[in-house]
Design a protein around this ligand. Structure first.
Ligand code: ZN
Length: 420
């Protein structure tokens, strides 16, 4: 109903509006690790009944711990949250206080001893065992004990406290090291700009870094992408998973998310009239090669291509090939090479970093050039037909991986089967 207009990324209007929007959205942001809120409530209940024995939790505390436990077990049974949930168990197993408590419980003590005996016995028969396998066995045993209800409230609460403490330590370390991470990434980006690979300026990189906030998050409280990181364009925030441990892994994921932040944008503004007041708003219609409204998955277009490019750029910047988005990258390489003529990677890269320009007669010349090349190499409308094919052949919740795999098969055999 409202009047629509384009907004230039470089304009003061965009920068100002973005600041306002970020402030507004920040209020609703939630970033505490799993169990944090529950522990807060438990602490205040105990404070009210001063001197209460933590070994005899009252009914309210029992209820809180029971529902937290159910939630964690649910996360452990779900393939998309399993790694983050298992991490909480791994942290407990690595903590001497937790191990000491297990030793005090005869039933658990027996269970853990049995598990490691069986493990040692089978180790004699198989030589492929790794050194951390013993720890894996213990994590597995803890998981089973949790499922069977053998973990007391006291022990479960200790698990949550260990997780909370570790998170706080990691956040502190991350904040301390962030300037170093960013400076390392800046150096690598600068050399790729100088080599002519990245069609951006160092000023743009600095601007994006200055308007972005960085933090770690618990994977159970955030939905990460395959890289264990996330860029939220409206908030101007980058999150990475708390369980990324080495500086290298952290910098690599930050690089991927920063590529998303550096990607070109198309912004659609709207004027609406509410009770006589004129309200101006804007939406990111495109970032990088991703089109659509982030909040509405049905509207998404070329998400696979955007990730393939983002990860390809990450590989170029960090100087090695990571395993993330391997199928998406493979499909991009096939798209480049299986048509009538080879499409240069630089054509994709130029389109990725291109901002919609009000002053350029073609608005998005690099995007138009890319589409022209794909149409020439295949058939008019091929890229969108490929994207539709991927969406139609994807299973719910699998991050479109199944559709991408099917598209790889078709490009390897006969791309003409993709209707356009
Ligand atoms: Zn990504």
């Amino acid at each position: 109903m409202g009047e629509k207009f384009r907004v230039d990324v470089q304009s003061e209007k965009y920068k100002k509006k973005r600041e306002q929007q970020k402030e507004f959205l920040d209020d609703s942001d939630f970033s505490e690790p799993f169990g944090y809120v529950d522990l807060d409530v438990i602490d205040s209940i105990r404070e009210e009944e001063q001197g209460a024995d933590p070994k005899k939790p009252n009914d309210e505390i029992k209820k809180i711990l029971a529902s937290s436990r159910e939630l964690l077990l649910g996360y452990l049974r779900d393939i998309y949250t399993l790694a983050f949930a298992k991490y909480i168990l791994e942290e407990a197993i690595a903590d001497s206080r937790f191990i000491a408590k297990i030793g005090e419980d005869s039933k658990l003590k027996g269970l853990f001893a049995l598990a490691s005996d069986t493990h040692n016995l089978s180790k004699r028969n198989k030589k492929k065992e790794t050194t951390n396998k013993g720890n894996k066995i213990q994590v597995r045993t803890l998981w089973e004990a949790l499922e069977e209800g053998f973990i007391s409230n006291e022990l479960y609460e200790l698990m949550l406290r260990i997780h909370k403490e570790n998170f706080e330590k990691k956040l502190e370390k991350f904040n301390q090291k962030l300037p170093e991470y960013l400076s390392n990434i800046r150096g690598r980006v600068e050399s790729k700009i100088n080599e002519g690979v990245l069609p951006i300026t160092l000023e743009h990189f600095d601007h994006i870094v200055s308007e972005t906030t960085f933090s770690i998050r618990d994977g159970l409280e955030a939905s990460f992408e395959e890289t264990n990181g996330k860029y939220l364009i409206d908030l101007g925030k980058i999150y990475i998973a708390e369980f990324l441990e080495t500086d290298e892994a952290i910098e690599d994921t930050l690089t991927h998310e920063l590529m998303h932040a550096l990607g070109g944008r198309t912004i659609l503004g709207t004027h609406t009239s509410v009770a006589g007041y004129k309200i101006e708003d804007f939406n990111h219609q495109r970032s990088g090669l991703f089109f659509g409204d982030k909040k509405n998955q049905k509207s998404w277009q070329l998400q696979w291509l955007n990730e393939a490019l983002t990860e390809t750029l990450t590989d170029l910047v960090i100087g090695k090939s990571r395993k993330n988005y391997a199928n998406e990258k493979k499909l991009l390489n096939l798209l480049q090479s299986r048509g009538g003529h080879k499409i240069d990677m630089q054509a994709f890269i130029n389109a990725y970093f291109e901002n919609y320009s009000m002053s350029h007669p073609d608005r998005v010349p690099a995007w138009k050039e890319l589409i022209h090349q794909i149409n020439e190499s295949y058939t008019p409308g091929f890229l969108l037909a490929l994207d539709t094919y991927i969406k139609e052949n994807s299973l719910l919740r699998d991050r479109r991986g199944s559709g991408v795999k099917k598209a790889i098969e078709l490009l390897e055999t006969d791309w003409r089967q993709i209707n356009s």
